[in-house]
Design a protein around this ligand. Structure first.
Ligand SMILES: [Zn+2]
Length: 189
C-alpha cells in the first residue's frame, strides 16, 4: 500500500492555485503520486481526490467512486487516474446534488453540476481516453476538475442555505435518503 498523504484544507493558498499541465505522465514521480492519491482517497472514504489537495500542482486527479460511509449510494468502479483532463461538451441539463470535500471537512453543499459531460484525459499508462460520463461520476469529475483550477464546491453553491454540517447530513441521510432523491432533481434544462 502506498503512503497516505496529508490533505491540505480550505485556507491553504496551495488549494487556490491553478495546476500545471503534466508533460510526462510516465515519470516515476507522477506514477508514485497516483498511487499515493489512490491510497489517500481510500483511507479518507473519498470518492475522488485531486493533486492540488496534497499540494502537488499537477493537472491530475483520481475518480474512485464506491459506496462507503460518506457516500452510501455511490456506484462502484476501479480507482481511475485522469491526467490532463478536459471537458469537451456538456448537457444543457444541470442537477443539484450534495457534495463534500476532503479539503472542506465537516460541510456538505448542494451543488449544481451538468448531468452529462463528454471528457478526454490521459490514463496512467499514457493512453488517451474519451468518455461520456453521467450523474454521480460526472459530478465527481466536475468537482475534481474544479480543484485543478483552484476552485472548491463552495464557489459553486447558489446560496448559503444550501450548506449543511456533515453531522446533520448523515442524520438526514438515514431518514430521507436525501442523496438519492436529490440526484434526480432537475434545476435547469
Ligand atoms: Zn474536493
Amino acid at each position: 500500500m502506498a503512503d497516505v498523504l496529508k490533505v491540505i484544507q480550505l485556507g491553504n493558498p496551495d488549494l487556490r492555485r491553478r495546476a500545471q499541465w503534466v508533460e510526462r505522465s510516465q515519470d516515476k514521480c507522477i506514477q508514485q503520486l497516483i498511487d499515493r492519491l489512490i491510497a489517500t482517497a481510500q483511507a479518507a472514504n473519498g470518492v475522488g481526490i485531486a493533486a492540488p489537495q496534497v499540494a502537488e500542482p499537477d493537472r491530475l486527479f483520481i475518480v474512485a467512486s464506491r459506496p462507503n460511509q460518506r457516500y452510501p449510494y455511490a456506484p462502484a468502479m476501479e480507482p481511475t487516474a485522469m491526467i490532463n483532463p478536459q471537458i469537451l461538451a456538456h448537457s444543457d441539463e444541470c442537477v443539484k446534488g450534495w457534495e463534500g470535500c476532503l479539503s472542506v471537512p465537516g460541510i456538505r453543499g448542494l451543488v449544481p453540476r451538468y448531468r452529462e459531460i463528454e471528457v478526454k484525459y490521459t490514463d496512467r499508462w499514457g493512453d488517451l481516453k474519451h468518455h461520456l460520463l453521467s450523474d454521480f461520476v460526472a459530478r465527481i469529475f466536475q468537482h475534481e476538475y474544479d480543484h485543478l483550477d483552484g476552485l472548491v464546491f463552495l464557489d459553486r453553491i447558489e446560496s448559503t442555505q444550501d450548506l449543511m454540517t456533515e453531522q446533520e447530513y448523515q442524520a438526514r441521510e438515514g431518514i430521507e435518503s436525501l442523496e438519492r432523491s436529490n440526484q434526480s432533481t432537475v434545476i435547469s434544462s
